[in-house]
Design a protein around this ligand. Structure first.
Ligand code: ATP
Ligand code: MG
Ligand code: FE
Length: 346
């Protein structure tokens, strides 16, 4: 069974083809990605209308590229999967519309996939795929959640952020430091030259005793520091910017690690899966690796290039679902997107 996956929920157009023969872990045959980051950078964030239009321009050329990369043709696709939500409505509609059209033209079934389920299952495409059950730390641009995962489709929310997501905390702090959008990777690079204990920044809810998060106060603390440093003669120095970046990263990472360990303790599980864009962060990986080693917990990550949005995770999530239940498929008819959609509800 070959599944084509189309991702268009935000500012990345991703297309991929996976092969799910038998009940082994699906194999990635080919994938292609176009990031709109440079287009949105001038505006300091994603412009929804521009995003939708660019998805329209990219999705078919990327599909051709993926098929060529796998040495296959349209007729070789057995199922078309697309990101149904959550995300930007107009952007989602592009992927959904193209998937429905391909399904109708090729007479193949179509399957809508939850974007976060894609992120969450993406480590199955790594060289060291996890086994169920596990605790998942989902840290992306829009979400920060800890979940108990017993199988594909069995997601129990343990805790989540009450305000900003971890990726948002990275991006907003980075913006305050004058770094380009999305600031997470830039802040992380700047942090390499700084001291993580240079500034005492808040670790909201660190001691709440629950696997919940809050990052809004951190951004305010960074803003206050930046304003203070800019008042000094000559303004903020390069060294201070690096120190502030390192301190911000340390604060976010400390909270993520502590809450992940709490969720592992609460569930008694010995396996942690990290997913989403912030999962690419080096400092987070180092700290999680160390904490998990102390507790004899195995930790799994997506490959670095599959941490942020991509089509491979959508094709994979669809394939894993179909290996368990072919009943989810629809043929013909319309399509639906869900800009707001709770993963624990599926
Ligand atoms: P969601 O999946 O919740 O809808 P999204 O799709 O925008 O949101 P992702 O693509 O998973 O989120 O991740 C993007 C986020 O990851 C951005 O906030 C980005 O700054 C952050 N990010 C990417 N790489 C790094 C890094 N090395 N360090 C810190 N943050 C990073
Ligand atoms: Mg993105
Ligand atoms: Fe995402």
């Amino acid at each position: 069974m070959r599944v084509l996956g189309i991702e268009s929920s935000c500012d990345e157009t991703g297309v991929a083809l996976v092969d799910a023969s038998g009940d082994g872990v699906p194999r990635l045959l080919s994938h292609a990605l176009h990031s709109q980051i440079s287009m949105h950078q001038a505006y300091g964030g994603v412009v929804p209308e521009l995003a939708s239009r660019d998805h329209i321009r990219r999705v078919l050329p990327l599909t051709r590229e993926v098929l060529a990369g796998a040495g296959l043709s349209l007729q070789d696709i057995d199922v078309v999967a697309y990101t149904q939500g959550p995300g930007l409505a107009g952007a989602l509609l592009v992927g959904a519309g193209v998937a429905a059209s391909l399904g109708a033209a090729l007479d193949r079934p179509v399957l809508g996939v939850h974007h976060l389920e894609g992120h969450l299952l993406s480590p199955f495409l790594s060289a060291d795929p996890p086994e169920f059950p596990f605790v998942a730390l989902l840290v992306s641009g829009g979400h920060t959640q800890l979940m108990r995962v017993d199988d594909v489709g069995s997601y129990e929310l343990l805790g989540e952020t009450i305000d900003d997501a971890a990726g948002e905390a990275f991006d907003k702090s980075a913006k305050l430091l004058g770094l380009p959008y999305p600031g997470g990777p830039h802040l992380s690079r700047l942090a390499e030259q700084g001291q993580p204990d240079a500034f005492a920044l808040p670790r909201p809810l660190l001691h709440s005793g629950k696997p919940d998060f809050s990052f809004a106060g951190l951004k305010t603390a960074v803003l206050t520091q930046v304003r203070k440093l800019e008042q000094q003669p000559g303004g903020i120095t390069e060294a201070q910017r690096a120190d502030l970046a390192a301190s911000t990263q340390a604060a976010i990472v400390e909270v993520l690690v502590k809450k992940s360990m709490l969720a592992l303790k609460e569930t008694g599980l010995k396996r942690l899966v990290v997913a989403g864009g912030v999962g690419a962060n080096r400092h987070l990986r180092e700290q999680l690796n160390a904490a998990c080693e102390r507790r004899k917990v195995r930790v799994h990550y997506p490959e670095l290039h599959l941490c942020t949005d991509n089509g491979a995770m959508i094709a994979l999530a669809a394939a894993l679902r179909l290996q368990r239940d072919m009943g989810a498929l629809t043929r013909g008819g319309g399509f639906e997107v869900r800009p707001r959609w709770d993963l624990a509800s599926i």
